[in-house]
Design a protein around this ligand. Structure first.
Ligand SMILES: Nc1ncnc2c1ncn2[C@@H]1O[C@H](COP(=O)(O)O)[C@@H](OP(=O)(O)O)[C@H]1O
Ligand SMILES: [Mg+2]
Ligand SMILES: [Mg+2]
Ligand SMILES: [Mg+2]
Length: 326
């Protein structure tokens, strides 16, 4: 029997690779250049160009598929942002995708679905925009959800070490395992991705967001101490943290709530979660509940995220339950 979702997987991998190349080109040239969105978070020409190109590739292959993307073209349509808009178009066309301004804006806005369909993609065109601006880690994350379950994921981490170079593309289909290929050699033999076998909490390595506004660093420090882990957590932007736990570079990724009422976005997790689970890892919220991807575009039924290699999950949860949050 042919394996399920092979054409979706091939499309997803091609899309995140095409977008990663644009992001890399922009990251090599920008000097802290971003617009501020209404929620005060930054967005760059690369976020927009990545979303445009990925939406185009998905729609060329699966014309009727809804896409729940992080960005929309509202700000780009503002007359005041013409230069920003033109530079975004320039990045897209110079990557080899001919486009008019109207086509570009329409591709970006095709990512405006709300996550209520039976089948849809969710896209984070640049996850970790703050890391991208610091020229550190970021990810391009794409996942296909069917009947509210993640079935296919492609997660490109252009700056993550990979062999002797950098740039890793993780991917997974539910039930088929997780794999990684080098971003610059997509035809290389895929390598199976597996979590580490460490089961002693004191030996574990923990990662968390660089941004203390995205994850409570004071609480994770307490968790480290209670688990008996010496040293500092590794701070890293984006869903590269899911890749790091999936391939055994770390055993724990904590994302602890910093403020009441924040709802995690599905595009910040879907790609990473399937890769992690197919690599043998486990993810829940801080109460030990599974992440609920059936609630629209946010994980509104969950608070925080606890990721482990599976073996350490109970030990980590026992400590997380003693922490104090807003
Ligand atoms: N208060 C908050 N708590 C948790 N995550 C938040 C947050 N405010 C913003 N974020 C999300 O944190 C993501 C980055 O995660 P990390 O800090 O692990 O790199 C951002 O994704 P984008 O960079 O795609 O906007 C954004 O969606
Ligand atoms: Mg953002
Ligand atoms: Mg994100
Ligand atoms: Mg983003």
């Amino acid at each position: 029997m042919p394996q399920a979702y092979q054409s979706e997987l091939a499309t997803a991998i091609a899309a995140v690779i095409a977008a990663s190349k644009i992001c890399r080109a922009v990251q090599a040239t920008i000097t802290a250049d971003s617009l501020e969105k209404k929620d005060k978070s930054p967005v760059t020409i690369a976020d927009y160009a990545s979303q445009a190109v990925i939406c185009k590739i998905i729609l060329d292959a699966f014309r009727n598929d809804p896409i729940v993307g992080e960005e929309d073209a509202g700000d780009l349509r503002e007359p005041a942002n013409q230069l920003f808009r033109d530079r975004t178009l320039h990045e897209i066309t110079s990557s080899g995708t001919p486009a008019t301004t109207d086509e570009m804006l329409a591709w970006i806005d095709s990512g405006n679905h709300d996550g209520t369909a039976n089948r849809y993609w969710t896209l984070d065109p640049i996850d970790g925009t703050k890391g991208f601006l610091r020229k550190e880690q970021f990810a391009v994350s794409l996942a296909l959800l069917i009947n509210k379950r993640i079935e296919v994921a492609a997660l490109a981490c252009p700056n993550l070490p990979m062999g002797s170079g950098s740039g890793a593309v993780f991917y997974a289909v539910r039930g088929q395992g997780a794999f990684v290929i080098p971003l610059d050699q997509p035809d290389a033999k895929p390598v199976a991705v597996k979590v580490s076998k460490i089961s002693d909490p004191a030996q574990a390595r923990m990662c968390e967001s660089v941004e203390s506004g995205h994850s409570a660093h004071d609480q994770s420090a307490i968790a480290l101490e209670k688990l008996g882990i010496a040293g500092e957590p590794v701070r890293m932007d984006s869903q590269a943290k899911y890749g790091a736990v999936a391939r055994g570079d770390a055993e724990i990724y904590l994302r602890l709530p910093t403020r009441k009422g924040y709802e995690e976005k599905i595009w910040d997790h879907a790609g990473g979660v399937l890769v992690l689970e197919e690599a043998g890892g486990k993810v829940t919220d801080i109460d030990g509940h599974p992440l609920d991807f059936a609630a629209g575009s946010t994980l509104k039924n969950n608070r925080g995220v606890v990721v482990t290699n599976g073996l350490l999950h109970d030990a980590v949860m026992a400590v997380v339950k003693t922490l104090k949050f807003e």
